[in-house]
Unconditional design. Structure first.
Length: 128
């Protein structure tokens, strides 16, 4: 039995959880976002400076290109030990996080080269 076209148009597909939604609750944990949380500790340790481009971070507007973001150097994928590890965190501006860092995570290696033009990351394909 076919479903009438009108009913097909109003049918919403089932919502599936993405990988990020499974551990989104960690970002609201007091150990991360509290007054003495890892996020604030990382920002203070790094003197509110982006560890990628060196710009001063803005904490008053999360949409600003230099908004403060604390990035996990090694993706935690929901592992609380990695998530709450201060040594696994680095301060970054929104611009670097949304472009450079996301691109590096997708590729699997960091972007950058030494003075001779060789990639600095040992896992870069040119270094195999």
């Amino acid at each position: 039995m076919d479903v009438p076209f009108v009913q097909q148009m109003h049918h919403k597909p089932p919502r599936h959880r993405t990988a990020g939604q499974e551990y989104k609750h960690l970002y609201s944990d007091k150990r991360w976002h509290g007054a003495r949380g890892i996020r604030l500790q990382a920002l203070k340790r790094d003197l509110y400076t982006c560890q990628r481009c060196g710009c001063s971070l803005v904490t008053t507007n999360r949409h600003h290109p230099q908004a403060a973001v604390v990035n996990h150097k090694t993706p935690h994928k929901g592992d609380p030990a990695l998530f709450f590890d201060l040594n696994n965190c680095e301060s970054a501006c929104k611009s670097c996080h949304d472009a450079l860092i996301q691109r590096e995570e997708a590729r699997g290696y960091s972007i950058g080269s030494d003075l001779t033009g060789r990639p600095t990351d040992p896992s870069h394909p040119w270094n195999w």
